[in-house]
Structure formats: C-alpha cells, structure tokens
Design a protein around this ligand. Structure first.
Ligand code: NAD
Length: 492
C-alpha cells in the first residue's frame, strides 16, 4: 500500500506553502462518512494572493518567455513524478471520491495519456508561416509581403474543477496551460481537494518561478473571485451548467475568455441489429461507472422497440446482481455518491419518473444493507418519455432511462431533442449506418460500439449546445490555452 498524504494543511501560493485563511477542514470518505484526512480551506485573502502572484509571474516573462523545450523539460519531470505515485492517486480516488478499485486506474491512465500528448504538442513550433503575396499597387508597382501566425500564451488561467475527477481535471487544465506558457490558479472542488493537493505537492518540487502555479481551495466565493477578477485572462471551468452560466456572467464585465466543460444527458442509441453484449457493456458504463457521476455518461438509452424487451430484461438482470458497497473492496461493482444531497437528488428523480408514468425495472432507493455512506441503488426505468424530467435533466446518479424508438430517423430526433450536447453512443452491426447516424447526432462526442476501446489522446472532449464552450484534451485542448496572433510584413 502506498503512503498517501491525506492530511494537508497549506495552500501553494507564490512558490511557497501558505497558511489558509480559514484553517483546515475534514475530508470525508463518501462510503463511510468518516474523515479520511484534512485539507486547507482557502478564502478570498488566499485567492487575492494567488491571483496577484500569477499575474506578476506571467508579466515577468520568467516562464512565458522561456524556450518551450525548457518548459516541456520541467513538466516532463512532473510527468515522471506522477507516474511514480500511481498507487497513491488510485487510493485517494477510492477514499475521497468513491471510485471502485476497478474504476480508479481509468482516471489515472487517462490523465497520463493526455499529459504525454500535451507535451508533444507543446514542442511544436508555435509559428506558422503563410504564403508570400505579390499585391499590385495603384501606381503600377508591386508589393511583396506575407504574414506569420503565432501561438502565444493567454496569460493568467483560472482552472476551476468539479468533484468527480479531481486528479484528471486538475491535470488536463494545468498541464497544457503551463506548457503553453501561462500561469495558473487551480481551484478544486471542496469535496475532493486532496487529489489536487497531491498535484500541487509535486509541482511545488519543480523549479518553477514563483507564482507560475498556485493552488487555492474554497467554495463559491473563491470561484466567483477567479471569474470576476480583471487580472485573470481566462477561466477554464468544468462543472454543472448552472454554475457554468454564472461563470460566463461573471466573466462578461472583463470579457475574459471562458472555456466551459459542463453537464450532459447523453443518448446511447441501440439499433435493432445491435450486438446485445456490446449494448450491455455500453449501457452499464453509461450509468453505473462512478455511480453515474460522469458528465458524458449515456444515461438516456434509446432502444429500438423491436429489441427493447430483450434489452431491458438483460439490463435489469445484470443490474440486480451488481454489488453496491465499499469501493475499497475488490468485489464491489459500484460505490457511493459524493454526499447525501446527491442521494436525495436521485430520490427526487425516481419520484418524478414514477409520476411521469415510467416503469421501474430495478433499484430506485437507498440500499437497505448499507447503514452508512451515501449510496443509491443502480436503477433502471423503462417506458420513459423523452420529454420527462428524467430524460431531460442530468441526475449525476446511477439512473438509466430507457426510451423506445421505431426508426433510425426517430432515434436521431430523440437524441437531439435535448438542451445538452456532450456525449453519445450508437450500437449497431452496420458500421456504415452507425457512422451516418453519428454524423447527425448534435453532440461533441459519439462512440460507435463503445469507441476505440481505450483512451484516445488525440480525441478532443467537449460539448455542443448547453454542454459547454471549447474543447479539452488533445491538440485542440492544448490550443484552447493559447492566443493566435498574426504578424504581417512587407518584404521591401
Ligand atoms: P459544480 O458546478 O457544483 O462545481 C464545480 C466547481 O465550481 C467547484 O469547484 C465549485 O466550488 C465551483 N464554483 C461554485 N460556484 C462558483 C462560482 N460562482 N464561480 C466559479 N466557480 C464556482 O459541479 P460539481 O457538482 O462539483 O460537479 C458535477 C458537474 O460537473 C456535473 O454537472 C457534471 O456533468 C460536470 N462535469 C462536466 C465535465 C465535462 O468535462 N464536461 C466533467 C466532469 C464533470
């Protein structure tokens, strides 16, 4: 077992560890409701110090003007350090977030795959020369000239993350932002700060100029300060669409760049010719993984009415056998929700679905055998109307909504009848039709027959419509943290 640092007292600001404004608070294990350790609780004074340090560090040019190979070499050391503490990250994600033993490696593996990709992109020449032009002048002479495009850092980046993937999301914002030459203030969720504090601990050991990376913790007021402060040039936010709207409004007076990765109600389309084994894998991943606490999970299952009976029967049978409980136990299939408020939210969705006439296939309540912890049974509803609350709103809990359809055209119309546009899936033995359908689904991502099977570090991640603005991951995610400048010149 790795030695995990679960008792942290200080914030990392301006190149040193710093006593937080509001002391320390317990970090709760959602499976046991017991404290697993403590974390510093930051406030506006800490946030002010962090923004100030990040601004000063950026304006000094000590990091932004460093050769990109030197920035990458420094971050490569961080990559190696993090790789060496894999077990610690896995244990923290089980204890702090409630990932099961089987799920925990996924976040780590994904984070490190994206890390490598960002370093590769960061080494590319930021200058693109454009073709020479010969332009006729009014006096009969000609001008010879051209231009270059240059990618430059944006400045001070505020990275605000949600509770459900602290290590991954802290990393996929901080690393590309730093690699591109920005300075960063990272603010994790108050529920899961330890994974970001681990990241900060390793960044603190690099010889970065003071103020290049800062970590502040805290709640809404700290997030709001980062969103409104004129010294911050960009807010990269991952969280709910409700807070995403606030972030956009907060950024408006200073017209700072806003990068939003928000929620979803993604549809899994199961065609009549689907391989049911693949469909079951996709369906279970869609609502059981992380107990449904994933943004692009396909919790809305659109199933061809010709096979819906068999699909629902199999899904119900498998779901009833899932072991819900302590995520630290190797035999557990599904862990807890983050807090009691999330369990209460799942209960409200069950009530609403029943009122809307959906059929409860299995689950629907707190598991009777678990007296402590924030658990909810994996739940399947059939006969769900696509207009209902369950089909339209994000639960962020383990509830699957099965909606029937009679044609591919109807399936696409139903999939697109959503304010969200984040993920999606199609299961079919007809690859050509599945691809045609994927092209018509209005979301940022669609996985055919479960996608490439592993993390694809070149795939951009992000949403259409109310699921966000901009992209994370891959080269597109890296370039979000850059400004594009054109320099034109006259060759004389
Ligand atoms: P949340 O929106 O409640 O909180 C996210 C972060 O915003 C937290 O750090 C919080 O402290 C901070 N915050 C709160 N008020 C703020 C304000 N006024 N200004 C700035 N920051 C503020 O989200 P959550 O409950 O922690 O996470 C779940 C949500 O995140 C779900 O909706 C999920 O879909 C979404 N999510 C999206 C993605 C994605 O990549 N699209 C990934 C993971 C989670």
């Amino acid at each position: 077992m790795a030695t995990i640092t679960k008792n942290c007292t200080d914030l990392f600001i301006d190149g040193r560890w710093h006593t937080p404004q509001f002391g320390v608070e317990d970090v709760i294990n959602p499976a046991t409701e017991a404290a697993i350790g403590s974390a510093p609780l930051g406030g506006p004074q800490d946030c002010e110090a962090a923004i100030n340090a990040a601004r000063r560090a950026f304006d000094s040019g000590a990091w932004s003007e460093l050769a990109r190979s030197q920035r990458v070499a420094t971050l490569r050391k961080l990559f190696d350090k993090l790789l060496a503490c894999r077990e610690e990250v896995l244990e923290l994600s089980v204890a702090e977030m409630g990932y099961t033993q089987a799920q925990a490696p996924f976040q780590f593996h994904m984070a490190m795959a994206h890390f490598e990709k960002y370093l590769e992109v960061a080494l590319r020449d930021p200058i693109t020369p454009l073709p020479m032009l010969i332009t006729p002048q009014a006096n009969g002479t000609h001008l010879l000239g051209s231009a270059i495009k240059v990618r430059e850092p944006i400045g001070v980046v505020a990275a605000i993350t949600p509770y459900n993937a602290g290590f991954l999301l802290g990393l996929v914002k901080s690393v590309p932002a730093l690699a591109a030459g920005n300075t960063v203030v990272l603010k994790p969720s108050p529920y899961t700060p330890l994974q970001s504090l681990l990241l900060a601990r390793h960044i603190a050991e690099l010889d970065l100029p003071a103020g290049v990376f800062n970590l502040v913790t805290g709640g809404n007021e700290v997030g709001e300060m980062l969103g409104t402060d004129p010294r911050v040039d960009m807010v990269s936010f991952t969280g709910s669409d409700a807070i995403g709207r606030k972030v956009m409004a907060q950024a408006a007076p200073t017209l700072k760049k806003v990068h939003l990765e928000l929620g979803g109600k993604s549809a899994l389309i199961v065609r009549h010719d689907a391989d049911l084994e693949i469909a079951m894998q996709a369906a279970l991943f869609g609502f059981v993984f992380q107990a449904g606490q994933g943004c692009s999970m396909t919790t809305r299952m659109l199933v061809d009415n010709r096979i819906r009976g068999a699909f629902v029967e199999q899904l119900g049978d498998i779901t009833r056998k899932l072991v819900v409980g302590d995520p630290a136990a190797a035999t557990t299939d599904m862990g807890p929700l983050i807090r009691d408020v999330a369990v209460a939210r799942s209960e409200r969705f069950v009530e609403a679905a029943l009122q809307d006439g959906a059929t409860l296939v299995c689950g629907g309540q707190r598991p009777a055998h678990l007296q402590r912890g924030f658990f909810f049974e994996p739940t399947v509803f059939d006969n769900v109307s696509n207009d209902s609350m369950l089909a339209q709103q994000e639960v962020f809990g383990p509830i699957a909504a099965v909606v029937g359809f009679d044609s591919d055209a109807e399936a696409i119309a139903l999939a697109n009848a959503s304010n969200y546009g984040l993920g999606g899936g199609i299961v079919s033995r007809d690859a050509g039709t599945a691809m045609q359908m994927a092209l018509r689904v209005r979301t940022g991502m669609v996985m055919i027959n479960n996608g490439p099977g592993d993390v694809h570090p070149d795939m951009p991640f992000g949403g259409f419509k109310q699921s966000g603005l901009g992209r994370e991951w891959g080269e597109d995610g890296y370039y979000e943290f850059t400004e594009l400048k054109s320099i034109g010149f006259n060759a004389g």
